[in-house]
Design a protein around this ligand. Structure first.
Ligand code: ATP
Ligand code: MG
Length: 372
């Protein structure tokens, strides 16, 4: 019987730990007595700091959730408030559906059960799904087109070379040289459009070693007014990936930040481990998040929607391939690059699932909310 009880307690714990929605429990004095990991993520504060606090300390005085909790104490029926604006401590406001269920069956554990389902999260999932689908369709189209151009291009170049050898007058070779030169230029572009064609060689990697390597590479070419800061979460376990591909992806994003800053500014390389994090519609137990943040002018508004598509560039000498290549490399790791930008703050986040990490790897610092 005892073993059965332990089994069911363990199962309940596992269910609560793996729920993607926040679950909180308040006692009848409205003190927090339980919060699940999704709740910690939402509040971006660890359970140890939240437990024992009163609802007033956790939620601002005018919070509709606080009012719903007080009402819940007087009632025995569950109530759901839709699209409630919630100001979370030290953070932006989120929109969530909140259900408050009074538990009064047993006098020892009576109180209020609260479920929070952030709509921002659902919107982010929908947006990411759409982004992944659009980029994949476009990439398939571009790759097909690039292949179609590459084949006849080889024939064209070969024929121009043969013709060059047969030409009687040296001045006519000027024309074949133009054909060969332009064919080479086009092949170069097409090769870039096709993206890196090496097969990924995945190994266990320390993400911070990779970032430090990139920092050294970039430092050498940096104007004196640009500084690179680091904010690493040392608890992130090793990731499984292709070292060269990951370096290439991060480097493309960091170089963009350097170019956007011009002569002066700051770039922050930040890492975090995220628990129960969704990438597109797939929920992962643990995700390695690498953010490259700069305080430059931001992405031009007219480009913002499309920067991950090939040949979209805001720079006169840009080919517009850097981000599309980076996105495709991270997609090959089952990950995703997201971006949020306004003047003075641009943040690119590389999300890499850490599916095979051990249970200890779940210890995280959650000082920042999901980019929504
Ligand atoms: N950190 C950033 N701040 C402001 N704008 C950015 C930033 N990162 C990217 N962009 C904008 O997104 C565009 C696309 O970037 P992407 O790396 O794909 O191409 P590119 O840098 O123009 O050319 P390439 O990388 O192929 O040399 C850039 O031209 C720039 O306008
Ligand atoms: Mg670039």
């Amino acid at each position: 019987m005892n073993a059965e009880n332990n089994l069911s307690t363990g199962l309940h714990q596992r269910i609560l730990d793996n729920l993607s929605h926040a679950v909180l429990m308040f006692d009848t004095a409205l003190r927090l007595v339980f919060i699940n990991p999704a709740g910690e993520m939402l509040f971006a504060i660890s359970a140890s700091r939240l437990l024992g606090l009163s609802a007033e300390e956790i939620l601002p005085g005018d919070s509709p959730l606080l009012a719903a909790l007080k009402r819940g104490l007087q009632s025995s029926h569950p109530t759901t408030e839709y699209e409630v604006q919630l100001s979370l401590p030290g953070q932006h406001t989120i929109t969530a559906d909140c259900t408050v269920t009074p538990l009064s069956t047993c006098p020892d554990d009576s109180g209020l059960l609260v479920e929070l389902r952030p709509l921002d999260h659902q919107r982010r999932v929908a947006r990411e799904e759409q982004q992944i689908a659009r980029q994949q369709t476009f990439r398939t189209l571009v790759r097909g087109l690039a292949h179609e151009i590459k084949n006849p291009l080889g024939g064209l170049r070969g024929a121009a070379q043969l013709l060059e050898r047969e030409l009687p007058a040296a001045e006519l070779k000027e024309y074949t040289a133009i054909i060969i030169g332009e064919a080479d230029r086009l092949r170069n572009l097409v090769d870039h459009l096709l993206g890196p064609n090496t097969i990924a060689r995945k190994e266990s990697l320390n993400i911070h070693r990779i970032l430090e390597h990139i920092r050294q590479l970039v430092q050498a070419e940096l104007p004196t007014g640009i500084h690179i800061l680091t904010d690493y979460d040392p608890s992130i376990p090793h990731i499984t990936g292709d070292r060269d591909q990951l370096i290439q992806a991060v480097l493309n994003v960091v170089r963009n930040a350097v170019q956007a800053l011009g002569d002066e500014g700051e770039i922050t390389l930040r890492t975090r481990a995220r628990r129960q994090f969704t990438i597109g519609s797939r929920q992962h137990r643990l995700v390695c998040q690498v953010c490259i943040i700069d305080n430059g002018p931001g992405i031009p508004e007219e480009l913002a929607e499309n920067i991950f598509f090939p040949m979209v560039s805001g720079r006169a000498d840009g080919t517009g391939l850097g981000l599309s290549i980076a996105q495709s490399l991270i997609n090959q790791h089952d990950g995703l690059i997201t971006c949020k930008s306004r003047p003075g703050l641009t943040r690119f986040c590389l999300l890499l699932p850490l599916e095979h990490s051990g249970p200890d790897s779940g210890k995280t610092t959650t000082t920042e909310r999901n980019p929504s």
